[in-house]
Structure formats: C-alpha cells, structure tokens
Design a protein around this ligand. Structure first.
Ligand code: ZN
Length: 373
C-alpha cells in the first residue's frame, strides 16, 4: 500500500513538473543563459552549477561559447589552449539532458577572429584566411586607431575556408548532441575591404547574407538550426545604436536577404531597445539578450512578454524569449554568482558592483519565474 501511495505521489509530482514546464514554455519558450565553455579543470563545478541552479530557475537553453576550446579530432591543429575533451562535453550533455536544457554551442564566424592585440586560433593556423593581412596587431591596443582595428575577420571568399569550418561545426554539434548551432557573426568591422583581392567592391550586405546562408544551408542539411547575434542587421546610424550594437558598414540590409528561419539574438545592454519587434516584423524569430544591468534585463523580460501578448498570432511565436549573456570566464561567473569573488579578480568596472552578469541573471530569472508560476 505504501508503495502504491508513493507511486501516486511520484506521478503527481512528475505531472506538476510537466504542467509547470508547459506553462513556462507557453509564456516564454526560450529561457536561456549564454556562458563561456569552462576550462577543463572547471567542468565538474560547471556541471554542479547546471544541476543546482538551472532547473529551479526554469532555464531551458544554454549557449556555450566554445570557439576552438574543444579537442577537435577533425582539425586537431585548431585546438586552442584550455580545450575541453569529448568526455568533458559528455558530462555537460548528460547534465543538460537530465534537466531538458538545449545546448547551442558557438564558434565565432566572420568577425571576432581574435582580440585587439592578437589573432585568434583560426587565423594563427591559417593566416591566408585573414581579411586584412596588411593590418598589424599593435603592441598596445587603443580605440579608435588608424586601421579601424577592433577584431580581425576572415575573408568569406577565401578558398578552402568553409570546408574546415563545416567540419568543426559538425564535430561540435555532434559532441554536444544538439540540433542548433550559434555562429556568432557579431561586431564584424572588417568585411569586403578595398584591399582584399577577393571581395573588394562587393556589397557588404550581400557578403554578410551569403555567409549566413552558407551556414544555414549546411546546418539545415543535417536537421540543425542556425542562431546568430543581431547587431549587423540593425542600421547603427539611423537608429543611434552605434557601431558595435548595430552596423555602420552597410551590412544591415542583409536582414532582408538571410533565410527566415535563422534565430536572432538581439543584444542590448544599456537600454531595453525594442528592436525585437523589428526582427519579428521581418519574419525572423528573436530572443532579447541582456548582460549586466538587472533593471534593463527585467525590462527586456517584461517587453518580451508584452510583445507576445499584444501581437498577432503570426508575430507572437517569433518572440522566443530571453537569453542572459555573461561575458566573463565561467569560473569567475560562478564565484560572482556564489558571492566568493574577491574584488581584485573581477574585470575592473565590469564584474564588480551591483551591475554584474550574475546579479542580472538572478533578477531576469526571478522575473521569468514570477511570470511563469
Ligand atoms: Zn575578402
């Protein structure tokens, strides 16, 4: 008899979890966290964080910023420092599967091929893919600079490039057992440069859109979905959003040229700009992405809910939800989250004080949980 009651209780609990999940999915289908892949030594703590903190907050999407910090078998020459192994990836996959969390791994495509003072792994190994090989990395980086150097890009028309990129994308999606991939493609400053022998003089919106389509079609062939950041699709000058958060180099017309089933991650960190409506009206699905200002993050959650409630049935389902971005090393994020980060370890002006990615994460998900009770 005892066992009978236990079974009933277990069934009711399971049912309650499913109902709560359904309710959350109908209010806010995507409830995400975007975070760096941990270093190999930090994988176990990251898995504990997933187990302890994400299910109770109803997080159902995890964008993992991997780049080349994975021990690639298809292209071992591209494996970067602090790369996790296939077994490490499986630990994360198992934890996420247990809690119905979808993993979306990211490798930065097109732009962000390294940081200000050095090229990234792809261009270190294959310098022939560089869009601006004539630009030298400075010893001490300053912005603005004569070369307009922020981060390097690869040349989307470089021969042999996509064969390599497709192989690492496929391997990463297989490792994380997922049907979605994030190609980054934000803050592309170098594209169709006048001195590039391949793409000089070409329409930058077309170059950008063709690159999106290339990844989209490759992924679609394997039943997978493409996610990208939205900034290159917004007109920076007319909107006043500027040249990071939006485009000053004429890529924004690509918004009408890319496939309609790409998911747009629309990031705004200092204001709750209503650009999600723009993407949805273009027929694109969109998530809003806050970073470290809790008030802005909560406003974006409220906006997303309002957009879903006040739109036509055609538009409503394009407002997918919220993905909180973190932009700090995962071990530092976890220390910040658990309140054990000594001030000296944070990035000055970024990871300390009230406006932190972990305080924003907590505020955003506390609001989402209120709305999805
Ligand atoms: Zn080029």
């Amino acid at each position: 008899m005892k066992r009978y009651y236990f079974s009933i209780a277990a069934f009711l609990l399971f049912h309650a979890v499913l109902v709560a999940q359904d309710r959350a999915d109908s209010v806010m289908p995507v409830r995400g966290l975007c975070i760096d892949i941990p270093r190999p030594a930090g994988v176990d703590s990251f898995v504990r964080f997933i187990d302890r903190e994400l299910p109770s907050r109803k997080v159902n999407t995890l964008i993992l910023l991997v780049d080349y910090r994975y021990q690639f078998k298809s292209h071992p020459e591209l494996t970067d420092s602090f790369a996790i192994s296939g077994q490490d990836a499986k630990k994360i996959v198992r934890a996420c599967a247990n809690h119905h969390i979808r993993i979306v791994p990211q490798i930065n495509m097109l732009g962000h091929q390294g940081w200000e003072e050095r090229p990234g792994k792809l261009l270190q190994v294959y310098p022939q893919f560089d869009e601006t090989p004539w630009v030298k990395n400075p010893v001490k980086y300053v912005w603005p600079n004569d070369d307009n150097l922020y981060c390097r890009s690869y040349c989307p028309l470089a021969p042999g490039l996509h064969e390599i990129l497709f192989a690492v994308i496929d391997e990463l999606c297989d490792a994380f057992e997922t049907n979605a991939f994030h190609a980054g493609m934000d803050e592309v400053f170098y594209l169709g440069e006048d001195k590039c022998p391949r793409c000089a003089g070409m329409d930058k919106a077309v170059l950008f859109a063709n690159e999106v389509r290339m990844f989209h079609d490759h992924l679609a062939g394997k039943g997978r979905e493409l996610w990208i950041w939205g900034d290159r699709l917004l007109d920076g000058k007319t909107t006043g959003l500027g040249l990071w958060e939006a485009s000053y180099n004429n890529t924004y017309r690509a918004v009408d040229l890319i496939p309609r089933d790409v998911v747009i991650c629309d990031w705004h960190y200092n204001r709750a700009d209503k650009t999600a409506v723009f993407f949805a009206m273009k027929g694109l699905r969109v998530v809003s992405c806050p970073w470290r200002q809790p008030g802005i993050g909560v406003a974006q959650v409220n906006d997303m809910l309002a957009f879903r409630q006040e739109s036509t049935p055609e538009m409503k389902d394009r407002f997918l939800g919220i993905v909180e971005t973190t932009w700090s090393r995962t071990d530092l994020f976890l220390k910040g989250f658990y309140g054990t980060l000594p001030p000296a370890e944070g990035r000055p002006g970024k990871d300390n004080g009230e406006n932190t990615p972990w305080s924003c994460f907590k505020a955003v998900f506390s609001r989402i949980n209120e709305l999805t009770k």
